[in-house]
Write a protein that binds this ligand. Structure first.
Ligand code: FPP
Length: 257
């Protein structure tokens, strides 16, 4: 889908090059707990306020023409948090989808997920299925929630499938592995953002981030707004992307076409 005149003008007003907007941005939303404790509140308060930043990121992605936005909402490792926090996060997921799905639909946002959904409470699974169904025809933006996701889980699952497929090991290529990943059909992220000042990728899209640019910001997730999103994209546009070669592809072409 081509960029609209409105997106082009908006990019220009934000000092962004509309031709070099990353097609896929992935975000590790971090710092909710710290944000809450700075305010003398329970961790869940931070997660609740983090929803505003989810909304802001979806809005920013739509305004500048990002086509895929992946949010690391719940990792496989997050199951080890206190049950009360896990329950609150699951409730928040359901209530947010119930509240926001009409708005997402009106904006052309398609909801997708990556991760082991079977481990989520049944009411989460049901609400996710409904929200996916009602948005499946939309194509302005794919909002991809990583839920009960970890990259090592995904790679183990892919390996099991590959082994079952009976493929000749000597014929194995990267494209075969791509086919069995949860992200099959979605271009790899070109930009990965992590909030809260941590500099690690925490078992997130290890395969898919092979050539991504990383933007780390000290901003805690509940404070992350549209301007922070545009700043990350500006940072991306200032990088020299050579994919191991010598040519700066960020200034000539995008890897995914
Ligand atoms: C990390 O902060 C954040 C999470 C584990 C959950 C992120 C979830 C949301 C923003 C809400 C649900 C999302 C959707 C899409 C409905 P942390 O708790 O690890 O913070 P800390 O490092 O300061 O403790």
């Amino acid at each position: 889908m081509k960029i609209t005149a409105e997106q082009h003008d908006f990019c220009a007003s934000m000092n962004l090059d509309s031709v070099r907007i990353p097609k896929h941005v992935a975000i590790i939303m971090d710092g909710n707990g710290r944000w809450a404790s700075e305010r003398g509140q329970e961790r869940v308060f931070g997660h609740m306020n983090g929803i505003n930043s989810v909304r802001a990121s979806v809005e920013a992605a739509l305004r500048i023409g990002v086509r895929h936005l992946t949010l690391y909402a719940f990792s496989t490792e997050n199951w080890s948090r206190p049950q009360e926090e896990v329950d609150a996060l699951m409730d928040l997921l359901v209530s947010t989808l119930v509240k926001e799905v009409k708005d997402l639909e009106s904006k052309g946002v398609r909801l997708r997920t990556i991760g082991d959904l079977t481990s989520l409470p049944v009411e989460c699974q049901d609400q996710i299925a409904k929200s996916k169904e009602s948005t499946k025809h939309l194509d302005s933006l794919d909002l991809i929630l990583a839920l009960s996701y970890s990259s090592k889980w995904e790679l183990v699952e892919a390996t099991k499938q590959l082994m079952k497929s009976g493929i000749d090991p000597d014929a194995l290529e990267a494209s075969h592995i791509d086919q069995y990943l949860a992200t099959f059909g979605i271009p790899d992220p070109e930009l990965m953002i992590r909030t809260s000042g941590e500099h690690r990728i925490s078992n997130f899209m290890l395969w898919q981030l092979a050539y991504a640019e990383f933007h780390f910001t000290p901003v805690l997730w509940p404070d992350f707004g549209q301007d922070n999103f545009y700043e990350a994209v500006r940072d991306f546009q200032n990088r020299s992307r050579r994919f191991g070669g010598l040519l700066d592809t960020n200034h000539t072409m995008s890897k995914q076409g």
